[in-house]
Write a protein that binds this ligand. Structure first.
Ligand SMILES: [Zn+2]
Length: 257
């Protein structure tokens, strides 16, 4: 009887230790720096200094502050482009030529040829690929949209050294495979397009996507407030309520997570 009690005690202690180990973060949090440049344009900087521009629509972006339209101020290591629409491809080709940073995207023959971009500045990827860029790993995931004249639309999950990840959704409507993106990559921070009033991903559809498919700690709304007819911050607040996970940024603002 006494032996049984001792064994029960050992089992109990082991169970407590295992459950503690599972709830503890595997790695210490390292800083992720996020700057919103307006619309879908972001600059992410890792703790190791990897500087990534995503969808750098800057010079013609009505929401980008004047001082951030000057391309010579950017020194990215890599440029990620979700699809070839002008409000996402933006100044990517020009920036790659100026800075020698590679463009990571689905191959886009028309803009790359027109811009006379040399092959060394292109890292062609497709859905399901992952690439290591400095101290981060980027997973290419699908998006529900189109991509005239080239390629296909994608999103990017940028995984940082401490295990946390930022999911830039590109331009998309809600889709069922978001469940797989959550299962495989469980993004902590979601940069979520919410600009459509009538078509595309409206704030209401975006919020259904967040609550149905994801478990983020932070949601940063984007792709609104720049182009005519897109939703406003007031529209978003009416849908998202006071959910503390929603972080509103101003174009040009930098936040550290
Ligand atoms: Zn688009």
């Amino acid at each position: 009887m006494r032996g049984k009690i001792v064994w029960l005690g050992v089992l109990l202690v082991t169970a407590v230790c295992v459950s503690r180990a599972q709830t503890q973060a595997p790695t210490k949090k390292k800083e992720i720096q996020i700057t919103w440049l307006g619309h879908a344009a972001f600059e992410l900087v890792s703790s190791g200094g990897t500087d990534i521009l995503i969808d750098p629509f800057l010079t013609k972006n009505p929401a980008t502050p004047a001082e951030l339209k000057d391309l010579s101020r950017y020194h990215p290591n890599f440029i990620l482009v979700t699809h070839s629409h002008g409000d996402h491809l933006g100044d990517a080709v020009e920036l790659a030529k100026m800075t020698k940073a590679k463009i990571v995207s689905v191959y886009m023959p028309e803009p790359f040829k027109k811009g006379e971009l040399s092959p060394e500045l292109i890292e062609p990827v497709n859905v399901g690929d992952h690439v290591t860029l400095g101290d981060v790993k980027v997973h290419v995931v699908p998006a529900m949209h189109s991509s005239e004249p080239s390629g296909r639309p994608v999103g990017f999950v940028v995984e940082f050294a401490d295990g946390r990840s930022v999911y830039h959704q590109g331009d998309t409507w809600i889709f069922g495979d978001m469940a797989l993106i959550q299962e495989f990559y469980h993004p902590n921070i979601i940069l979520m397009p919410v600009g459509a009033v009538a078509d595309g991903q409206s704030p209401r559809m975006a919020w259904i996507a967040v609550t149905r498919y994801f478990k983020p700690q932070v949601v940063i709304p984007m792709h609104y407030g720049a182009l005519p007819g897109s939703s406003t911050e007031a529209d978003l607040r009416a849908v998202f309520g006071k959910d503390p996970r929603v972080v509103f940024m101003k174009p040009g603002e930098t936040k550290k997570f």
